[in-house]
Each structure stands twice: as C-alpha cells, then as structure tokens.
Design a protein around this ligand. Structure first.
Ligand code: ATP
Length: 454
C-alpha cells in the first residue's frame, strides 16, 4: 500500500480549468485535439518550473551552456537524425467506426515492430465499436510538415522539430568553440516540439504541441557509465528536492531492447504515478555517438574531438536528459493536490513547492473600504518590487478568498484589517498550517523574503 492518494483525471482537469491553469485551445470553436493554452496561473507555474530547471541545469553548473534554437531547421538535420525514416508510430484503423488507434497500445506492448504487432493483433476487435474490422498495423510518421516559400512541393517541405535535441547537435561545434570547452560539457535547451500524435489524450500528458527541457552531455566514450548514472541521479534529485515530488510516486523503468529509440544504447525513464497510471515523465538516454556520427556523414563536416591530453581524436558520445514541461506540470499538480477536512468542510489545497507556486503572496484587504484599500495596494507594490509574484484581491468574503488562494497554491496570504492602521501590522496566513501570524508593517518584506529564502 502506498502512502499517497491519487486523484482522478477529471478532478485535475476541472481544477486546472476552473482556476485558470490550463484551457483547451480554441475552446470557442470546440477545441483542437492535442493543443492546450495556459491561463494566468498556468503560465506562471510553467515559467517557474522552466526557471527552476534552467537554474539547476545551466546556471549552477560550470560546464553546461544554454541555447535557443529555431523550431524549423534544415530538413537534412531530420534525415541525419533518423526522424524522417524512423519517427513512426504504428497505427490501425477501424473500417467500421473510422476511429484510429495506436497498434502498440492495443497490443499492450512497447514496440513498433509491425510483424510482432500483426501477430499480436490477430483476431482483435475494435475497442470502441467491437467490430471485427481493424486494418493491419502500418507506420505513420509523426513529424508535422510545413512548406517554405510559395510552392508546396517536396523541395520546399520542412518539419516542425519533433524534439529540441536536433539543434543542439548542429550547434555542438559552435558552442564548444565559443565557450572554449573541453569534454565533458553539456548543451541545454527549453522549447516547443511538435508530434502528430495519433491519439492525443489524458489532459496535457500526450499532446501534439509540447515543450521539452533537454540537455545533451558530450563525453569521452570511456565515461559513459558514470555519466549516465550522474544524469539519472540529477533527474531524480531535481524532482524530489527541488520540485517537492513525493519519491513514493516515482519509479524507474528501464527500456527493453524493442522499446528503445533507434539511437539509444540504454534508456531509463522516471515514471510518475499520474491520475491515469504510472507513466513516463523524464528520460535519461545513452545516445552513444549516433547523432554526431550521423551529422558528420550527412553534412560532411568534421565534428570529431581532439583530446590534447593524449592526442587522440574521436567522436564524442552523448548522454541525454529529457523531460516534458507539460508532463512535469501535471505531475506537480497531481502531487500537490490535497483535500482536507477543516471544521467539517472539505478544503482543497495545492501544496506546491513554494519556488514553483504561481502566486507567492496574496494581499487581501478585509473590506473594500478606505483606508484599507490604499494600504493593501501599497503593500502589493512593495511585495512585487521585492521580487515576489503577488496578487491583490478585494472581492468576496475573506473565507472564499482564502479558499481560492489555497486552490491555486499560494503559500502566504497577507490580510489587511481594521486594526492594521492602528497597530501598523498585518496578518500573514500560511497555506499549509493555516496558522496566522501578526507581522509589523516595517518588518513585512523581511519576513516574507525569509519565508521564500530570497
Ligand atoms: P512517449 O513514450 O510517452 O511517447 P517518448 O519516449 O517518445 O514518450 P521522448 O522522445 O523521450 O518521449 O521525449 C522526452 C520527453 O518529452 C518525455 O519524457 C515526455 O516527458 C515528453 N513528451 C514526449 N512526447 C510527448 C507528448 N506527445 N506530449 C507531452 N509530452 C511529451
């Protein structure tokens, strides 16, 4: 038995919509499957998660550098990377109800081996209409296409990147030169990627427009094992120590031979217990020298590395760390969602780590009357200038306002009441303990800064 409770998908989806985290994109037109828009609290949460990762991955490391590559790259990049040939999902169609399914999901295997899938799916009926009308499995390329210039033909075809890694490999030599780096060193990137998923589903878990945080670590081939271990530990530690994820909700999953991507010699995913099951959140992969060797072949450029210590020359190997921003946000929301009984009522509270909470401090005047409002707005200004994202809210009863802040995970509420002008103090309420502390106005910023360890 685990010590944590898992909520269902509808609860998290409803909260995200009702409280302004995530909206279905193009909602007024009925939505577009696989695309989501982040609302006022979602964009803050996502930005905080990305900033936290960038801090741990780039800023705190002497030898990891950031880049921001273009979404559309030269099509030859995707030829070299194997995506044009091999970035395929196996699918089957139902000839009766016209629905389309992932063949590997129907066969309940992690494989895109068509022969194996054909055997496993033999005799299966459509999971939706139960008709014996499934087609043979076939491969479907998941890259999204566009065209450059006025002509829509093969020559002008370009692809929206299916992963951010591509431009890291093409910039490897430029980054190495400009940073004067020796191996090992890493290049990190956060950005959008696009995959024409057959069945986008499970809220923001499987989408067609996603955002990734990836880092490729370029190493001497002899150090593969140690480096692989180091980046597996980094991922686990980031989730637990920085994001505040309960380690009991996490587990390791090692890819079997038929499950690994075409480039990987080893792959370990961290699974998170999502509302719809234990699923992949963060991958660590040993990509060997596959990428740089492929680009050497395709581009004709020399991307080998000269090691001055022993005058050897070789193609660097790569350990990759790759996590989806949306999945991480969904994991953070699932992990944080708590229901508590308070005075025989249910209190819903998002116990997010303070560092990622979208709003750090809510400033709440007890009444809409002056001079409370002026003082509250003045405090709001001072708190935001001190670097804490704050929200000013004067509508509804104080109880309702606390509940709303609990549900968006605001760690502290500052309440300005009728005594505040007399005793020059405000009440600070803690989200998790609900304890209230009276704090003098001239000590408020220092008190808050200390709570957030600024
Ligand atoms: P999956 O097996 O779930 O399709 P993958 O193994 O293809 O994922 P990678 O190519 O390793 O995933 O991508 C790295 C990370 O990007 C994943 O760990 C995941 O967090 C995220 N990711 C991949 N595909 C999607 C998607 N369609 N929607 C949201 N996030 C995704």
């Amino acid at each position: 038995m685990s010590n944590y409770t898992t909520i269902d998908l509808a609860t998290i989806t409803n909260l995200a919509k009702r409280r302004g985290f995530v909206f279905q994109s193009s909602q007024i037109y009925g939505g577009l499957s696989g695309f989501w828009d982040y609302g006022p609290y979602g964009v803050e949460l996502v930005n905080n998660i990305k900033a936290l990762w960038w801090q741990a991955m780039v800023r705190e490391r002497i030898n990891v550098y950031g880049i921001d590559g273009a979404i559309i790259q030269h099509p030859r990049l995707w030829k070299a990377s194997g995506h044009i040939e091999g970035f395929n999902d196996p699918l089957v169609d139902c000839k009766n109800c016209k629905l389309r399914f992932r063949a590997d999901h129907l066969a309940e295997v992690d494989s895109s081996d068509i022969e194996q899938l054909t055997t496993l799916l033999n005799g299966k009926v459509c999971p939706s209409c139960q008709a014996d009308a499934l087609t043979e499995p076939r491969l479907f390329n998941m890259m999204m296409k566009s065209y450059l210039g006025p002509l829509e033909d093969r020559e002008s075809t370009v692809y929206l990147r299916p992963e951010t890694a591509g431009s890291i490999f093409t910039n490897y030599e430029l980054v190495r030169e400009t940073t004067r780096s020796k191996l090992p060193f890493g290049i990190a990137q956060v950005g959008k990627a696009f995959r024409n998923e057959i069945n986008p589903r499970d809220f923001i878990f499987r989408v067609r427009e996603l955002e990734q945080m990836e880092m490729q670590y370029f190493i001497h081939p002899d150090t593969q094992a140690d480096s692989y271990q180091e980046w597996r530990e980094f991922a686990w530690d980031f989730l637990v120590s920085r994001m505040g994820i309960d380690p009991e909700r996490l587990s390791w999953h090692e890819h079997g031979d038929d499950e690994r991507a075409h480039y990987a010699a080893a792959a370990h995913d961290i699974y998170f217990h999502f509302p719809h099951g234990k699923k992949e959140l963060w991958g660590t992969h040993n990509r060997t020298d596959f990428d740089l060797s492929s680009h050497i072949k395709e581009s004709g450029q020399d991307l080998s590395y000269f090691d001055p210590t022993d005058s050897s020359r070789f193609v660097p190997n790569v350990i990759e760390s790759s996590v989806g921003v949306g999945r991480l946000m969904m994991a953070a929301l699932t992990n944080a969602y708590t229901e508590e009984e308070v005075n025989s009522e249910t209190r819903v509270v998002l116990k997010l780590a303070k560092v990622i909470a979208p709003i750090k401090v809510a400033v709440l005047p007890l009444s809409k009357k002056q001079p409370l409002i002026d003082l509250a707005k003045q405090l709001f200004n001072e708190i935001t200038k001190a670097g804490l994202m704050s929200e000013y809210d004067e509508t509804q009863s104080i109880g309702k306002r606390y509940r709303r802040q609990d549900e968006i995970g605001t760690p502290l509420c500052v309440t300005v009441d009728f005594e505040s002008l007399e005793d020059q103090a405000v009440t600070v309420r803690d989200r998790d303990s609900m304890e209230q502390t009276r704090v003098k106005l001239d000590q408020l910023i220092a008190y808050l800064a200390n709570q957030f360890k600024l």
